[in-house]
Design a protein. Sequence first.
Length: 292
Amino acid sequence: MKRPDPTDRWVAAHGLRHHLVEWDGGGETTVLLLHGFLDLGRTWTFTVEALPPVDWHIVALDWRGHGESDRVGAGGYYHFPDYVRDLEAIARAVRRTRLIVVGHSMGAMVATLWLGARPAAADGLLLVEGLGPMGLEPAAHVDRMALWLDQTAPFTPKARPMRDVAHAAQRLARIHPRMAPADRERLAEWATAEAADGRRWRYDPLHRTRAPLPMPDTAAAAFFERITCPMRWVGGAESPWLGGRLERWFAVRPDLPRRLLPDCGHMVQNDQPARLATEMIDFVSECTRPGA
């Protein structure tokens, strides 16, 4: 069996055109890959390329305002419920008989909220560095709203264009030090677009502002508790997010199987794509075997 070449696909949801990268192996299991903050669907390419030949229907989404998906436009903003609603529509559009969701970081949190509200919507959830919410004390919500108003009323983007793809790859090296230089070049090509003053990141700079109403820990925990499909958590042994806050999140679901991958930070899909591919093979097999 030969790995299928990636193709572009577009799905309309809530007035926005969403871009997806699709590797269609022809089977009935759809594996939906959800990237994290300021990333894009192509970040999963290295993991997909590390997979052995499989018949999965693999789809990697660009969230709204990321990659090649539409931005919200003047007067709009990016609230977490918007991502959840987009995921509901897009999953319905792309899934086949079975749906396995793989979410990294922000993508994992969006999937957690969705599958808490829609427990029967997927057959498995693989959380890659799924960290839980960044909780605030009640009084801090007031300061957060004030900061959001300072940043967005009005919003003035601060541009830091890059000269070319090589320059973008240099910036990526700061957050992806374990990636091979050739892979960083590929990611830089996908993650930037030509502009009048050089190259710019494809994500909407509005994402750089701080959202005004982060979800309280207790509310997020209620979503996490209601997920009924098989789950697994995979993270990096050298991730900066390991520690007390993550352990409190795990305490909500003490039954959650966990794996720590060596020589790996937060960006698991770029640091150790082959090891993550092995985890995906094992997890999808577990979720799709007869009687699962």
